[in-house]
Design a protein around this ligand. Sequence first.
Ligand code: F6R
Length: 614
Amino acid sequence: MCGIVGYVGEKPVVDILLEGLSKLEYRGYDSSGIAVNCDDKIETYKAKGKLQNLRNLIEPIHGKLNKSSYGIGHIRWATHGSPNEINAHPHSCNCGKLVIVHNGIIENFKQLKEMLTNCGCEFRSQTDTETVAHLIAHKFGEYNDLKKAVSEATKQIEGTYALCVIHQDVKDTIVVTKRNAPLIIGIGENEHYVASDVPAIIQYTKKAVYLEDNQIAVLTPSTMELFDKNLNKLEPKVEILPWESMSLSKMGFKHFMLKEIHEQPDVVRNILTDKLTGCDEPIQLNEVKLTKDELKKLNRIQVVACGTSLHAAMVGKYIIESLCSIPVDVEPSSEYIYRKTVTDENTLVIGVSQSGETADTITAIRQSKARNSHILVITNRPDSTMARDADSLLPVNAGIEVSVAATKSYVAQLVSFYLLAIYIAEIQGKMDKDTLTNIKNELVILPQKIEMILAHKENIQACARMYSNSRNFIYIARGINYATALEGALKLKEISYINATGYPAGELKHGPIAMLDETLPVLSILMSGMVYDKILSNSEEAKARNAKMIALTDSDDENLKELFDFIIKVPKVQELVSPILSIVPLQLLAYYIAEFLGKDVDQPRNLAKSVTVE
Ligand code: F6R
């Protein structure tokens, strides 16, 4: 993960670097640092913890540093070495003249470190990155040419990287390169920007070049030269970024997470607007580039994703199998990429990712692409690496999600899966039309139902207050809402650090039931439908072991009050569509528990929004 920024030009450098880093905080926030030229030297400032600590450190000399003409910055999510000031980037060579920032992982750093130590390099940090600083400096000593040094050094590096390199003796120049980590170059008037992601530069320029793997760019205020890894000159492909400069505001909510939960009704409406023009009309999904014949020939779908996106994929499996009768496998990308998977040209591989930059999912879809499968990507970032790799791109258009814990992007992914399943079913023509029309009708009224949940959130807040001291939580469900149980538990874990686990309710008696006693809340997702009675019985079993019982239900059954200590009521909904609704109270429950506990809701410890390392 980590975010990197760079600037060369006449504007106040420190302001641009710090502002850029603040826009990349979603990528990591355990430490940060900048390096700028000052009085003919490169000066580096680093601080442990949030970006504000770096701002405080720089404050007394801010004005002076702002007069620099080039600089680089970094916000870290630790991979090698704990998050402290020494391990924070930028890192430099022995003499401190060559300074770099890095996003990624250097897999052969131990071998490189040994080799460089034998050459006299002194290592100060525990990071993998420092080897790269020494290695490039070593090559610079040999070639006295920074781009050549970067080119030669990267030939020896194994792993992933986005790198910005500056040198005290190569004035007003930043050399950048990347492999399997994102990097974008912004082009201004007599200035260049570089960043891990668009939000860091969009307020300054919309003209940009997405660097491709192994390319090297040399940036000065007035020039941008682009090379391949052997330093053959390339013509940069300049794009106009389809983004507006945005100031992200909490709009009066205490946290971005709460605001984003409240945006969900509109997120659902937005996705449906273009694609579902009428409940009797077929779904419009021009984004799917498979022909009707190819869609009919599909013999298998594999979905790869991580974390919350994986839970959306599990719901996707259920709905596609129900409506299209195509077998669907769902697998965490990190597992998928290390086994032999059976795919062919009649297999559709779907990558699901809010960020579109998750390293494991990128590897998974690239592996499948090499086996000739069609790659469909469902993402909230249509400009991301995964989107660029996709054969078919289904953007979920949930808008920027700031909170690290995903909420609205999850709901948007769910809706996208419903649309995709209905679309395929309509092309297959095997499913009866009324069933599909019913689901469409239900989708259209979902935003109002979510609004009803949000309007009665005090009840969920009361539930949170009641159970916020629990050290463990169990969520149970069956069928299509099993994924909801996993996602609800994940939300609670992520932001409150309470040990929460989701189980298929029928599995409780096969082991987990041993944990139940009067201290353990069990939350049953009890939505009307096929498995309602089954979950009710499983809840009885838990109650008999004295567990504290919470129901999340759309049922009006008064008898539930005898079984459950607390009931969270949601509007009635068709079982097949219920995951889009049932997750909302669980997001709120996690939010309010974390808020009661005084946790850093939007930036929970140890996490990052974009996981660009394996
Ligand atoms: C949880 C969360 C993570 C991500 C996971 C995959 O709230 O956000 O579990 O879902 O890291 O990230 P994406 O979806 O960007 O591939």
